[in-house]
Design a protein. Sequence first.
Length: 468
Amino acid sequence: MPDVLLPADQLGRVHFVGIGGAGLSAIARIMAARGMPVTGSDDHDTPFLPGLRELGVPCHLEYAADHLGAADSVVVTTAAREDNPEVVEARRRGLRLLPRSAGLWSVMAGSRVVAVAGTHGKTTTTSLLTSALVAAGADPTYAVGGMLTATGRNADAGAGDLFVAEADESDGAFLVYRPYAAVVTNVAADHLDVWGTEAAYRAAFDDFAASVDPDGFLVCCIDDPGARALAESSRAAGRRVVTVGEAGDADVRATDISFVGSTSTFTVRRDGADGTTVRLRIPGRHYVVDALAALVMGLELGHDVEGLVSGLESFSGSGRRMEAKGEAGGVRVYDSYAHHPREIEADLEAARAVAGSGRLLVVFQPHLVSRTRVFGPDMGRALGAADEVVVLDVYVAREEGDPAVTRALVVDAVPLPGTHVHLPGSLDEAAEVVAGLAGPGDLVLTLGAGDVTTVGPAVLAVLGGARG
């Protein structure tokens, strides 16, 4: 992190190393939309790049020193290695090097920032809040860690004073934003490769809460013990906190929750009185609480309930968050980014409701060696809610492999009998296995933060070819 953070209009020409990622592509999109000169590189194409190219942003599909061109500042993904040729060249030339957090701060500067933090649910809650605010007449700038289905984009440069941002804790980025207001969905140990201990991870959320503007406020989802503890300590420190959830002592409660197919309905109860009923187009109890948090944030910001609810009810999802990929041969296929045990549990509960009388078939790819080392057995236990489980090899990503950390840590913990486990050798084989197991009425759910997302379309292709 540089000693001095500069607003975007003082960064000159900006080059992005890893521009295809969800975080950097959002920052690049906002800069480009504001007329800044932006370029970028990545080692593979991603769904975020076509939209950037439409804005005129050159996006190279390899890393090379000459891609920096006349850049003054370079924003670097956390996944970049020190020997990345563009990073090496930027250092050699003495260019301004910025981590993702500094890049996002630069485009936030001068805005009233609303940050959405938490171990899980950040992307969905940020997306729901953005949709609600737009419907209520606001024109926020937003940066989300996934595509909004309604817009096909993960960021936009609005004309209003609000900036809605997904605040990622994985590398400590959320500690520099200093928002006016914030949502905390939950606080459960994760990213221990960075934070080291659960205590340090939780302390980071304490620091985040303390960074909120003294004139602002927190919205905390107190069904989660970690977020409840944060709400209590924040109130004790004199900060304004609004609590939400199903809990009987929440300031604003979700009651009369019901699920029908892929919809979720709940009633908002505040100050002991029932209020608006909200009908979401996304399934799952955890999404109900996310939507409640978004609604309360919008209300606390001064927007009318009718507009906010309209935005929530029109929300059709965000990429890789229980995203419907299609149907073939009577088999429905969904995809989710879930990679932590609690996320897996929540999405399997939602998938069960959608599957109805059909079976639930899950393809799971453990993500990161460090996470699998700590949470592998818990992942396996959570997968026991499925009828058939296909477990892929660990997606290594930014770490070095460890022969002691394999999918066996997950597989050995899957409850048996009851759940059948399959171990394909490749993504293509996984698709073939699932297509062979699935029948009309069944639901296939692919889970993980790696390239498991390619399995769903492959399953649909096999089923479509086999059954027309």
